[in-house]
Design a protein around this ligand. Structure first.
Ligand code: NAD
Length: 267
C-alpha cells in the first residue's frame, strides 16, 4: 500500500530510539523527509547514519521539557523545510515507579513534564504550520497503561491517560483544518525503555534477562494474549498508517498495539 506521503515533512520526537526510530524508517521508505528530534546529538547522529541510505533525514537535539528548546527546534524546521506536515510524538519516559505513598511531587512532575507537557508544547509549536498547509497528521504515543491500572506505575499511567485526552481534544479542535490527531497505545515493546526495566528486574531477582522477561510476562503483564514482547516495527507500522493519506477519515482514535492486553471494549 502506497501511504501517499512522498515529500511530506515529518518530525519524529524520541526519534533516535525504539518506536520513534522504526517509525522514521518507514516514513523515509515512503518518501517523506524526516527530522529526528531527541536529547543527545551523538545518539541522533548514530540513528541518522542507520537511516541515511533511505532518504532525506535531518536531526535536531532538544529537551522537550524546555519551551526554549522546542522554539529552537521549530525555528530549525521552519528554516530547513519551510513547513511541517507530520508530527510523531514518541518521546517518553517510564519515570519513577513504586508505592504511591512513597512518590513525592517531583516524581509526578518529571513524568508529566516529559510525557504530557512535551506533547502539549510540540503540538502548540507545530500546529500553526499544519494549519497553513490545511493538511496535517499528529500521532501521540499513549500506552495500554492509559486505560489499564498498574498501581506501581501511577505517574506513568496518569500521564498517558492525559495524552489520550489531549489527542481527542486536538482532533476536535483542528480536524476541520485538515489536521488529524490520533493516539497509539503500545504494551511491552522491545525497546531500550523496557530493556532497562528488565535489566533492573534481572538484577533485583538475581536471574537472567530472559528469565526476567518471562516472569514479567507471567506476573505483571498476564493479559498480553500473545505471551511475548512486541517489536518496535510492529508499533511503527500502525503509527505510519496514521501519518498517511490513507488514514484520511481517521481522527480522535486510539489504536492499540498491545498483543491483546487491554480486555475492555471502550475507548
Ligand atoms: P525509548 O526509550 O527507546 O525512546 C524514547 C525516546 O524519548 C528516547 O530516545 C529518549 O531520549 C527520548 N526522550 C525522553 N525524554 C525526552 C525529552 N525530554 N526530550 C526529548 N526526547 C526525550 O522508548 P520507546 O519504547 O521507543 O518509547 C516510545 C514511546 O512509546 C514513549 O512515549 C513510551 O512511553 C511509549 N510506550 C512504550 C512502550 C514500550 O513497551 N516500549 C509501551 C507503551 C508506550
Amino acid at each position: 500500500m502506497d501511504l501517499g506521503i512522498k515529500e511530506r515533512v515529518a518530525l519524529v520526537t524520541g526519534g533516535d530510539s525504539g518506536i520513534g526510530l522504526e517509525t522514521a524508517r518507514i516514513l523515509l521508505n515512503e518518501g517523506a523527509k524526516v527530522c529526528l528530534l531527541d536529547l543527545d546529538q551523538d545518539d541522533l547522529e548514530k540513528a541518522k547514519a542507520q537511516l541515511d541510505s533511505l532518504g532525506e533525514v535531518n536531526t535536531v537535539a532538544a529537551d522537550l521539557t524546555k519551551q526554549e528548546e522546542i522554539d529552537k527546534a521549530r525555528d530549525f524546521i521552519q528554516k530547513t523545510y519551510g513547513t511541517l506536515h507530520i508530527l510523531v510524538n514518541s518521546a517518553g519516559i517510564t519515570g519513577q515507579t513504586g508505592d504511591f505513598l512513597e512518590l513525592a511531587d517531583d516524581a509526578w512532575e518529571e513524568t508529566f513534564q516529559t510525557n504530557l507537557m512535551s506533547a502539549v508544547r510540540c503540538c502548540r509549536a507545530f500546529i500553526p504550520m499544519m494549519k497553513k498547509e490545511k493538511w496535517g497528521r499528529i500521532v501521540l504515543m499513549a500506552s495500554e497503561d492509559a486505560v489499564q491500572p498498574y498501581a506501581e506505575e501511577m505517574p506513568y499511567c496518569s500521564s498517558k491517560a492525559g495524552v489520550l485526552n489531549l489527542a481527542k481534544n486536538l482532533s476536535k479542535a483542528y480536524g476541520s483544518d485538515g489536521i488529524l490527531t490520533n493516539c497509539v497505545s503500545p504494551a511491552y515493546i522491545e525497546t531500550p525503555m523496557t530493556d532497562a526495566m528488565m535489566e533492573e528486574r534481572a538484577e533485583e531477582l538475581g536471574v537472567s534477562f530472559e528469565e526476567a522477561v518471562e516472569s514479567f510476562l507471567e506476573e505483571k503483564r498476564p493479559h498480553i494474549q500473545l505471551k511475548r514482547r512486541g517489536k518496535p516495527e510492529e508499533v511503527a507500522a500502525v503509527v505510519a498508517f496514521l501519518c498517511s493519506e490513507r488514514a484520511s477519515f481517521v481522527l480522535g482514535s486510539t489504536y492499540r498495539v498491545d498483543g491483546g492486553s487491554v480486555t475492555g471494549i471502550s475507548i
